[in-house]
Ligand binder design. Structure first.
Ligand SMILES: [Fe+2]
Length: 293
């Protein structure tokens, strides 16, 4: 049921799922927002982890303007040598906006990045010293079947974790990595020099909500530092399952004009597959976060 987000406004908030997400109504993101509206959206974002704005008609510049209320807009990282540029995003003319698409131009060259197919749960740029805090994804062309985005609560995963682990791993660190050539779990014997990687806290206190989040994902998390590798694998397997439990994620079915924003310190996201021959195009930007401790 929709509730009014703040007094003296027509902005509404409707929960999307019992553990994560809300839809915001009554906001036109093509217009400059006043500070009270931005603050109301920020509070809702802290409370809900992801926000959906339906029926938006926005340019790239308007998307960037909205994003800039939530931090410094991030620029792309240069891929490691040997990366598959079709996956990473090879379009020459983007720096802080990226087309997430499997579409090709008339010469058969990709017009964006992160191409086609399923993508496992992950947190954007968790393998950098300053992970990207907020991601903004705008739906332009949506396949008729599939291509959904799942959003899993890292708070929900933390809350369901065994109590003994909450104590034991409170100060633990996790090696996060990403190999652009790989779409499954990383090879733990890979030479770290060849991939993006960074050691992060395993449990993060979200600076916005002050809630604790279990900062692991099946695509990026390699090992818990300081414990036996076999034990780390057992613990992580259970932690991955906590994040991906059917009760712990919302699955978003895209419509053109949807703008989703999410907090990478509150949730993971994943993509479902869609048929070959159907194209999908969304426009993404992110804001830069701070080093975690
Ligand atoms: Fe992502």
């Amino acid at each position: 049921m929709a509730t009014q987000l703040s007094q003296n406004s027509n902005i509404t908030l409707t929960p999307l799922h019992p553990v994560i997400g809300a839809e915001i109504g009554g906001v036109d993101l093509s217009q400059e927002l006043d500070s009270a509206t931005v603050e109301a959206i920020r509070d809702a974002w802290h409370d809900n982890g992801i926000l959906l704005f339906r029926g938006q008609d926005i340019t790239g510049d308007e998307q960037l303007r909205f994003a800039s209320h939530f931090g410094d807009v991030a620029e792309r990282h240069t891929p490691k040598e040997g990366a598959n540029v079709a996956q990473v995003g090879a379009a020459p003319d983007w720096k802080n906006l990226m087309m997430v698409t499997d579409k090709k131009d008339e010469d058969g060259n990709p017009v964006g990045g992160l191409g086609h197919g399923e993508m496992w749960f992950h947190s954007d740029k968790c393998y950098h010293e300053r992970p990207h805090r907020t991601s903004f994804l705008y739906g332009i062309e949506i396949p008729a079947d599939g291509g959904h985005t799942k959003f899993a609560s890292l708070y929900g995963a933390y809350n369901k974790m065994r109590d003994e682990w909450k104590d034991r791993f409170d100060d633990a660190r996790i090696m996060q990595g990403y190999d652009y050539r790989n779409v499954e779990r990383l090879d733990l014997n890979i030479n770290l020099d060849n991939i993006f990687h960074f050691s992060q806290p395993l449990i993060v206190t979200n600076p916005g909500s002050k809630r604790k989040a279990l900062y692991v994902s099946r695509l990026n998390s390699m090992w818990i530092e300081g414990i036996d590798r076999d034990e780390s694998e057992e613990v992580l397997a259970e932690m991955f399952d906590l994040t991906e439990h059917a009760d712990n994620y919302y699955e978003h079915v895209w419509q053109p004009g949807d703008l989703m924003m999410w907090d990478n310190l509150a949730c993971l996201h994943a993509r479902t597959d869609w048929p070959q021959g159907q194209t999908r195009m969304l426009r993404r930007c992110t804001t830069l976060g701070v080093p975690l401790d």
